[in-house]
Design a protein around this ligand. Structure first.
Ligand SMILES: Nc1ncnc2c1ncn2[C@@H]1O[C@H](COP(=O)(O)OP(=O)(O)OP(=O)(O)O)[C@@H](O)[C@H]1O
Ligand SMILES: [Mg+2]
Length: 558
């Protein structure tokens, strides 16, 4: 028991900082080698033996069993980058850990944490300003080629990097296909409207894009049509089976003849419901529960497609996309059973198609929002899962560019340019914050350095060359035309050289860079501010009944 009178242990000052930095460093060391186009993958096995092979920073951290509280901040950091941007999760973790390491060194050299923190905040503000003023490329009309390059850059670091040309086409078409205008007039590209279906077999290059939403399901009977044009969709979250009385309700029958009548009535209620649906104009009926065989018969006769046991999440999405309302009961306020055609959704075509061993129902050109489906093919499950994650990253990258119309040049260009700028900016400060700003500038170099190391190239050599070019670009003696050309220089990781990455087409969403800088700084500051760690021990279970377990608290001096 400590002096505080609590069960547990307490670490303070330098010890706790050192511990935090070590824990964070350990996390960053894991993801480090997966950065960039030449980065490697990780294989993670969980406690029940499930294997995940991935290159995605957020996924790696999510699957790690992290105990240290400071490491948890980093895991959280990767998740927030994943949620808000979708890509750049490895970058943000590496950057945060480097900022933390350097901040801790400053504190060891007797610079007060508050000074380091305010220096970092200043540096962040200046860095974002520099990126917005000098490095962002604004494009009002984004052409397809440019968007494809953004997708390719995001995909290049993944398993499907070699096929990035093929997939970037699918990704850009999918994103352009889900364009929606919201009520306030802003244009949005919701990634969730792109449905990814993973199907075993064939090679990944046989993946394809289908215009519309799809679910893995079959028509209720072979007699139903394979395709229905001008579909009116009814989304039912209830059963279309034989009507049953509520549990607890009993009916007493005296005459055996009446028993048959009751049975008939039970069937008739469902029959009437089916007829009401058909009369309201529905020709596609989706049901989250079962549909009895006799009910299926009515739909076959009316040339409708009826599908049983549709996943509820799928039903919601289809209802959203087609403008349907989910029906949970046929009864209206007065208890009358009726169905109105306004409850039905619409889409141009509903059809069943077989892909590999599975049947899919496609909903093309829905009335309300557009949806797209990517049918992914692949040899094994690990690969399909990783391809799905990579495609998600690239979809997010394209979305950010489409929504903000702004991008930056990748391959270490932004980091080095900002680092040089901050070094100049640091010198204009007459206070101790200067040291923190310089360290911030130095920390940014970790990204190009790691990119070069992962590509098995001479990192020091490449970094010095890159810094020389960017220094020249920002020097007052350089003419604006020349500076314009030089400022887009980044790494060419295939050949181990530096080159103009604007011409090479290495583009990333500007938002990804700015947000990763912001999130990484915030995370580093959160951890640097900690100078006390109090770990409460779990209460020991006492065997005496009625005492509620736990030890009585003892105050110092008692
Ligand atoms: N062709 C390329 N040449 C040089 N650098 C590249 C190229 N393609 C991508 N990069 C760089 O690779 C980095 C992105 O790598 P990666 O996709 O592995 O990490 P991330 O996006 O931070 O994390 P994650 O994708 O795991 O969420 C960026 O800094 C980007 O500039
Ligand atoms: Mg990436």
């Amino acid at each position: 028991m400590s002096l505080l009178g609590i069960q547990g242990e307490r670490e303070t000052g330098m010890d706790v900082r050192q511990g935090n930095v070590m824990a964070v460093q350990a996390i960053s060391n894991i993801v480090k080698t997966s950065l960039g186009p030449q980065g490697l993958d990780k294989m993670l096995v969980d406690d029940i033996g499930d294997v995940t092979i991935t290159n995605d920073g957020a996924t790696i951290l999510k699957l790690l069993q992290v105990d240290h509280p400071a490491s948890k901040v980093l895991v959280e950091l990767a998740q927030i980058q994943d949620r808000e941007v979708g890509d750049g999760t490895t970058t943000v973790v590496i950057l945060a850990s480097e900022l933390l390491k350097r901040g801790n060194q400053l504190i060891q050299n007797k610079i007060h944490p508050t000074t380091v923190i305010s220096g970092y905040r200043y540096a962040l503000k200046k860095a974002v300003q520099h990126i917005k003023e000098h490095l962002i490329i604004k494009k009002d009309n984004l052409d397809k080629e440019l968007l494809k390059k953004v997708a390719t850059t995001s995909l290049s670091s993944k398993l499907i990097g070699p096929e990035s040309e093929f997939f970037s086409d699918i990704i850009v078409n999918a994103m352009l296909g889900v364009k929606t205008t919201s009520v306030d007039g802003s244009i949005k590209y919701p990634v969730k409207n792109v449905n990814i279906e993973k199907i075993h077999g064939k090679s990944i290059t046989e993946s394809r894009l289908v215009d519309g939403y799809s679910i893995r399901a079959m028509r209720g009977a072979q007699g139903m049509p394979l395709t229905v044009k001008n579909a009116k969709i009814a989304c039912l979250d209830m059963t279309l089976g034989k009507f049953r009385l509520q549990p607890g309700v009993s009916v007493l029958i005296n005459n055996p003849e009446n028993l048959e009548k009751v049975r008939q009535r039970e069937m008739d209620i469902t029959k009437e419901r089916c007829e009401k649906l058909i009369k309201a104009g529905a020709n596609v009926i989706l049901c989250t529960k079962g549909i009895d065989e006799f009910a299926i018969k009515y739909f076959v006769e009316a040339n409708c497609i009826a599908v049983r046991r549709v996943e509820k999440s799928d039903l919601k999405r289809i209802a959203n996309a087609s403008g349907a309302k989910i029906i949970i009961s046929f009864a209206d306020e007065d208890g009358e059973e009726k169905i109105d055609s306004s409850l039905l959704g619409e889409c141009e075509e509903v059809s069943e198609e077989a892909v590999s061993d599975y049947e899919f129902i496609f909903f093309k050109k829905c009335k309300k929002t557009t949806a797209q489906t990517i049918l992914l093919r692949g040899a094994n499950e690990f690969m399909l899962d990783e391809v799905e994650r990579s495609i998600h990253d690239a979809l997010c990258a394209v979305k950010r560019v489409l929504e903000s119309n702004s991008l930056v040049v990748g391959g270490g260009c932004v980091e080095v340019s900002t680092s040089i700028f901050l070094e100049y900016a640091a010198r204009t400060l007459g206070s101790r914050e200067q040291l923190a700003v310089s360290e911030f500038a130095e920390a940014l170099n970790v990204i190009p350095k790691q990119l070069a190391i992962n590509a098995a190239k001479d990192a020091t050599d490449l970094l010095t060359k890159l810094r020389y070019v960017h220094d020249k670009a920002q020097s007052p003696q350089t003419t604006p035309e020349e500076a314009e050309k030089l400022k887009n220089t980044g790494l060419d990781l295939l050949n181990g050289k530096i080159k103009n990455n604007f011409n090479a087409g290495v583009f990333e969403p500007a938002m990804s860079k700015i947000k990763s800088l912001k999130f990484a700084t915030e995370a580093a500051i959160t951890i640097l501010r900690i100078d006390d760690l109090i770990r409460i021990e779990p209460e020991k279970q006492q065997n005496q009944p009625g005492r509620g377990g736990g030890q009585p608290m003892m105050m110092p001096g008692m």
